[in-house]
Design a protein around this ligand. Sequence first.
Ligand SMILES: N[C@@H](CCC(=O)N[C@@H](CS)C(=O)NCC(=O)O)C(=O)O
Length: 221
Amino acid sequence: MLRVHHLNNSRSQRVLWLLEELGVAYEIVRYQREADMRAPKELRAIHPLGKSPVITDNANTIAESGAILEYLVDTYGEGRLIPPAKTSERLRYTYWLHYAEGSAMPPLFMKLLFTLMPRRAPALLRPLVRKVCSQALTTLINPQLKQHMAFWEEELSKGEWFAGHEFTAADIQMSFPLEAAAARAGLEDGHPKTMKFLERIHARPAYQRALEKGGPYQLGR
Ligand SMILES: N[C@@H](CCC(=O)N[C@@H](CS)C(=O)NCC(=O)O)C(=O)O
């Protein structure tokens, strides 16, 4: 049986969503974030890094959401949710599948980190930490995020989906950075096409079924 090692309120929501789109049977093994938001150590018994998502399927243990999505589409997709090989759409698909975690998530993660750091610093150091973090946000992180969000907006002006005219697993992979940007980077200001994309994915029955099964997900609607 295919198992999804699912951490609450996390990227593994994307894996549940893909499985719902494909209609594949799976079992959810649930893990609850600790008070500091880290995954519990039990997840390290499944994969040494102890991050979510991880799936186990027969003898395979697969981590990294992009690798998991590729595996699931290859193994269970029967040609669905992936553009045909050797097309420009397929190239775009591969690009977005890697870009989501490789390029879009790092500045979003840094935004979260530099926003939380002053709140968690010892009271005496807090003003200094706040100043350093605020400078890093203003000079380094926010300008990069602005550039990424403008890029998405431009790409989604060409069509409804990231890899061409059809919905694919690349749209599922891209959902997490877009939802994170809506939650913490001001995506709603000046990015109507990207916000419409979020509305479209949130309306999909498979997305909603995955939300019901995965439990509370603050980034989703
Ligand atoms: N690039 C990895 C990131 C995995 C990751 O950082 N997952 C987060 C949840 S969204 C996690 O497990 N955080 C808890 C921790 O690091 O302890 C992927 O896409 O799978």
